[in-house]
Write a protein that binds this ligand. Structure first.
Ligand code: ATP
Length: 332
């Protein structure tokens, strides 16, 4: 079986082919890079409409080049959450391709895809997932047909919070990799640490980080401390999720998961608890259509397709709204 995945919730126009026979995932992506500031929804949607046709053509050409050319069994697309103008463009593209190839359409929740790609690549049966992405941050665990939100940010997503600090400093988007590089030369300064039960907050830390920078604290020190505080919070709540559920597997998802220091903290915590930890390779952590194609194939095998007339996008689509239809069905 081969599934075309299409992603475009915010900044990454991406198309992928997942071949379930070989488990190969071919991904073609084109990133939107704002000239200044953060992601502008209208500009990002314009990027989607310009870049998606090309990445989809490249993915389909890859399928044509295979030994068994032309066989696409379904089109899976990011239905939400994400920026409305971007999602509408992705939805239109996916409906058009599915219609022209006369194949079923599969509507995928982008956050569940961030989780499921780790489960798929690790082979873990029933992991807890830490999703640390740009616009989101939450712990998910499966129970009774749904992924339940065990803990989440009470305000901004973790990557967006870091990006807001770097915009203040005058660095270009995305800020996460720049903070990681600067932190290598930094030393500890005090910042707020905000965990309330299973939830956490980043907005106060961001304001304090901006204040420290404005007060003249070296930017390397602020970056170092930002990472130490924010990632320790995520690690603490991940550990509590493992402890409360008794689960002994953790997977990481989302673009912030590319950060070495976050992974180091999670690896240390999991080793101390005797928990298995898995982080997918970077191309599957940041936004990408590979994870959409992989989950799309699982959903297709479970018969979880959506008629075009009912395939509206949902910018606020939460992971716990998704009936998990595919976990009882063998992988295709
Ligand atoms: P979501 O998946 O919630 O819709 P998103 O679309 O913004 O979020 P992702 O690709 O998951 O996308 O994550 C992008 C975020 O990852 C950006 O905020 C970026 O700064 C951050 N990021 C990328 N690399 C690193 C890194 N090495 N360290 C920390 N953050 C990083």
């Amino acid at each position: 079986m081969r599934v075309l995945g299409i992603e475009g919730t915010a900044w990454c126009a991406s198309a992928a082919i997942h071949d379930t026979e070989t488990d190969e995932v071919f991904i073609e992506s084109n990133a939107y890079e704002p000239d200044s500031g953060g992601i502008h929804p209208r500009e990002a949607a314009e990027h989607m409409s310009e870049a998606l046709p090309e990445v989809i053509d490249t993915a389909l050409a890859h399928a044509e080049d295979d030994a068994d050319p032309g066989g696409i069994d379904a089109v899976a697309f990011s239905r939400g959450p994400g920026l409305g103008p971007c999602l509408r463009t992705v939805g239109t593209a996916a409906r058009a391709v599915a219609g022209s190839l006369s194949v079923p359409l599969v509507g995928v929740n982008h956050m569940v895809a961030h989780l499921e790609i780790g489960r798929h690549r690790s082979g873990f049966e029933d992991p807890i997932c830490l999703n640390a992405s740009g616009a989101n941050a939450h712990l998910l665990g499966y129970h009774d047909g749904r992924y339940r939100v065990l803990g989440e940010t009470m305000d901004t997503g973790v990557g967006n919070a870091i990006d807001k600090f770097t915009r203040h400093v005058g660095w270009s988007h995305p800020g996460g990799p720049k903070v990681e590089r600067a932190a290598a030369d930094g030393e500890y300064v005090d910042l707020p640490y905000v965990v309330k039960g299973m939830d956490f907050s980043f907005s106060g830390i961001m304001s304090a980080a901006k204040d420290r920078y404005d007060e003249g604290v070296p930017v390397e020190d602020v970056c170092f401390s930002l990472q130490e505080h924010v990632f320790a919070m995520l690690t603490e709540v991940s550990e509590r999720a493992l402890s409360l559920t008794g689960n002994d597997q953790l997977v990481l998802g989302g673009g912030v998961g590319q950060n070495d220091r976050l992974r180091e903290m999670l690896v240390t915590m999991c080793a101390q608890r005797g928990v298995d930890f898995y982080a997918p390779e970077p191309r599957f952590l940041r936004d990408n259509a590979g994870m959409i194609a992989v989950l799309g194939a699982r959903m297709l095998a479970a018969g979880d397709t959506v008629p075009i007339a009912e395939s509206a996008i949902d910018p606020n689509y939460r992971p716990d709204q998704v009936p998990v239809t595919w976990r009882g069905t063998p992988a295709p």
